[in-house]
Design a binder for this molecule. Structure first.
Ligand SMILES: NC(=O)c1ccc[n+]([C@@H]2O[C@H](COP(=O)([O-])OP(=O)(O)OC[C@H]3O[C@@H](n4cnc5c(N)ncnc54)[C@H](OP(=O)(O)O)[C@@H]3O)[C@@H](O)[C@H]2O)c1
Length: 305
């Protein structure tokens, strides 16, 4: 039976990382924040008193030394650092780390190989493939991938969920009835802590977690009810969005990702809500959250209530 007590977190200074660090610390793990040599992100972003190591991410030797004594490595590195995680995986194996959690935290990349969105996510797919190889070759080493769907509270704050209370407008893909997977950032931190607290049950698996599965229509109805206003809905066909994305990708424009993401989540019949069989929530007993409470709290913060 594997026991995980010490955890190194790479990229813990960005949008998601601080929530993972916070929830790991709250769950009783001994956390070390690892940042890229030369980065100035760590001082404002890591909690007071956290052990911090500044490391050259291109050096297996330096990362191996940084990982000595760590039971697990959680990578929350930016998209730009996805491919470079291979060095961190090699270092984790060399240092005797038992579990590696790669920087996934989005759509389930195991399901999109051979598709246009899979082409954009090829770096993530390759790292999980590499982790599988390493775990097969080194039985003491293991991995867990975590898909979280959309960062929901983060997207609400950034206004990227396709509606505006201020302008009283919403854009809806197809019927708007398709359910999709979404997670609030603290919940993702709790999911990672839950996975590392149940190392045997979660070894060598690609799991998902979610605060909730919801549809665009549910979200709009809730916003309308809570804000006491009607949103004027414009409908767009997923086939048109997909075509636009493919045109962008053909020109090397990776902003196509957003078009493909909308189709992946919202298109009628997409089928990418989190299924219980794929769910870390079910496996580690992580409660789902209340959509209404999340939206209400955001509307209050945004001054719309
Ligand atoms: N599901 C969603 O809606 C959603 C939204 C956004 C992101 N994501 C995913 O969540 C994960 C984390 O994203 P994030 O937005 O939290 O990341 P981020 O804020 O862009 O960056 C996280 C940290 O990565 C480190 N970093 C930056 N560039 C790097 C590079 N070239 N190589 C290695 N490390 C680098 C930095 O830490 P140091 O300076 O301390 O080294 C940075 O603070 C990614 O896998 C991303 O694809 C998902």
């Amino acid at each position: 039976m594997v026991s995980i007590k010490t955890v190194a977190v790479l990229g813990g200074t960005g949008n998601l990382g601080p929530f993972i660090v916070q929830e790991l610390v709250a769950a009783g793990f001994t956390v070390t924040g690892v940042t890229r040599a030369g980065s100035t992100n760590s001082t404002p972003k890591f909690p007071d008193g956290l052990a911090i190591k500044s490391v050259d991410y291109e050096s297996v030797a330096d990362l191996t030394a940084a990982f000595a004594g760590q039971d697990a490595v959680v990578s929350v590195v930016a998209t730009a650092g996805i491919a470079a995680q291979k060095v961190a995986v090699d270092a984790a194996v060399a240092a005797g780390v038992r579990r590696f959690v790669p920087s996934e935290f989005g759509i389930n990349t195991r399901r999109v190989g051979g598709t246009p969105i899979g082409a954009i996510l090829a770096g993530k797919i390759a790292i999980v493939d590499y982790l599988k190889e390493q775990a097969a070759a080194h039985p003491a080493f293991s991995w867990t991938g975590l898909s979280t769907g959309l960062f929901f509270d983060w997207a609400l704050e950034r206004g990227t969920l396709g509606f505006s209370v201020k302008d009283k407008t919403a854009i809806v893909v197809d019927s708007g009835n398709e359910k999709w997977q979404a997670s609030n950032l603290p919940q993702i931190g709790q999911a990672v802590a839950g996975i590392l607290s149940h190392p045997d049950a979660t070894a060598n698996q690609y799991l998902g977690s979610a605060s909730f599965n919801l549809s665009q229509n549910e979200l709009i109805a809730l916003v309308e009810e809570l804000a006491g206003t009607k949103l004027a809905v414009t409908r767009v066909a997923s086939a048109d969005i997909q075509k636009k994305g493919e045109e962008k990708l053909a020109q090397g424009d990776f902003r196509a990702f957003i078009d493909f993401l909308h189709v992946h989540n919202f298109a009628d019949g997409a089928g990418n809500a989190l299924a219980p069989a794929d769910s870390a929530n079910e496996l580690v007993g992580l409660p789902y959250e209340d959509l209404r409470a999340t939206v209400e709290s955001w509307l209050k913060k945004a001054g719309a209530l």
